[in-house]
Design a protein around this ligand. Structure first.
Ligand SMILES: C[S@@+](CC[C@H](N)C(=O)[O-])C[C@H]1O[C@@H](n2cnc3c(N)ncnc32)[C@H](O)[C@@H]1O
Length: 305
């Protein structure tokens, strides 16, 4: 969230513009009824939402659903046990470098790498592991941080995952030549610490899994730019004020908030959701060019990654 925009003077949405936990739970229940098996809370920063553990509790109580979260980790050390007790199963933490200056420059955060590392360890201790650690790789910015990150997380039990820098939204000034292909990342790691591919666990897994040949654990790569996986994508995103987005690169969503608040029945709501899902034709990552990057799209800090 650019500091120039989201500064002290910024007026965030009024609370009643956001879905209540009960409204989110209702939508989640209908979605689970239609086959959703995994719910990920992301953001924005999910741990900044007051009483987020109450929402986790409601979602985790839905039958057969796994509840996970992606967080910047800044508040995780304090919250890991509470989240686990509420029913959260796993957590993904973002960390683009171990070097403090580089981390600050990439994330714009006012917390430190130490806070994030403490959050990762607390999450693992609380039973939220194996913790995924997401590193977005920008060529020329943090590619030199790949091997130090590998060294740090080998043998830790956490799964370090390298994400190709994506043109989500328009605010990040994306350029294709800043994308370091995952295959180069794997080659770089393999030269130091030999790795071999691991079979995927699920059809729609976005990360390709690799393991160190010496048994030091697993890593992953998410290659949404160089090896698009639109045809296997099964993700649907819900924004805080009730917009459904069928693609990370969507230009707009379908607002469900008014329907939710106008007394519509569960069956009608389910039919609307099913209609949106069945009609989706998104395949942005397969048709991406340098020109499409300039299209007005929903920002990453809004749609959640
Ligand atoms: C947008 S964040 C939201 C959740 C949370 N605030 C966090 O920092 O993890 C979700 C994920 O998207 C990743 N991400 C952000 N910008 C990205 C980009 N341009 N390309 C690829 N991944 C990106 C982040 O590193 C993070 O792992």
């Amino acid at each position: 969230m650019p500091k120039s925009v989201f500064n002290r003077g910024f007026r965030f949405l009024p609370h009643d513009a956001l879905l209540t936990f009960e409204e989110i739970e209702r939508l989640a229940r209908l979605l689970v009824g239609q086959g959703v098996q995994k719910i990920r809370l992301t953001g924005g920063e999910p741990l900044l939402r007051r009483n987020i553990e109450k929402l986790v509790e409601k979602l985790a109580a839905l039958p057969g659903v796994e509840v996970t979260m992606t967080t910047n980790g800044s508040r995780l050390a304090h919250m890991a046990k509470t989240l686990k007790a509420a029913g959260l199963q796993r957590v993904t933490v973002s960390l683009d470098a171990l070097d403090e200056d580089l981390f600050q420059a990439m994330s714009g955060s006012d917390f430190s790498v130490k806070d994030v590392l403490a959050g990762i360890d607390a999450a693992a201790e609380a039973g939220l592991g194996p913790v995924n650690v997401n590193m977005v790789v920008k060529r020329g910015t943090n590619d030199h941080a790949i091997l130090p990150m590998v060294e740090h997380f080998r043998n830790s039990g956490h799964v370090l995952r390298f994400i190709e820098f994506m043109d989500v939204g328009t605010a990040n000034g994306w350029k294709l030549d800043e994308v370091l292909p995952s295959r180069d990342v794997i080659n770089m790691i393999n030269a130091e610490n030999p790795v071999e591919p691991v079979n995927p666990k699920h059809f729609s897994e976005v990360a390709k899994r690799w393991q160190y040949k010496d048994g030091a654990g697993e890593i992953g790569v998410i290659s949404s730019v160089t090896q698009a996986f639109c045809s296997r994508c099964t993700r649907l995103r819900l924004s805080p004020e009730g917009g459904l987005y069928t693609c990370l690169f969507a230009q707009e969503g379908y607002s469900l908030r008014d329907l939710l608040r106008n007394g519509v029945s569960d069956t009608e709501l389910s039919n609307v959701i099913a209609g949106i899902w069945q009609q989706r034709t998104d395949r942005y990552s397969e048709i991406r060019t340098d020109d499409t990057a300039g299209l007005k799209k929903v920002e990453m800090y809004y749609i959640g990654g």
